[in-house]
Design a protein around this ligand. Structure first.
Ligand SMILES: [Zn+2]
Length: 74
């Protein structure tokens, strides 16, 4: 368990992989890529490299294309 007391008041920000906007972590959806499939991480507990996307139709519609690019580049 990380020591939370030293980070009191710190709000974690993450970047949406589609639009590159930064937002509070809790306002973004986390997903991981398992066997080239997008798996939305509803519990925040999935292992592996996590990515974040806005919970927003525009970004979600573009997500699949974006993931194809991520897979090609890694
Ligand atoms: Zn976005």
């Amino acid at each position: 368990m990380p020591n939370r007391s030293s980070k009191a008041g710190h709000i974690p920000f993450r970047t949406c992989v589609v639009c590159r906007k930064k937002a509070e972590k809790k306002k973004l959806m986390r997903f991981v890529i398992l066997d080239s499939e997008i798996v939305i991480d509803l519990t925040g507990k999935l292992k592996g490299r996590g990515y974040y996307v806005c919970d927003d139709n525009d970004c979600l519609q573009k997500l699949e294309k974006k993931v194809v690019k991520i897979l090609r580049n890694r």
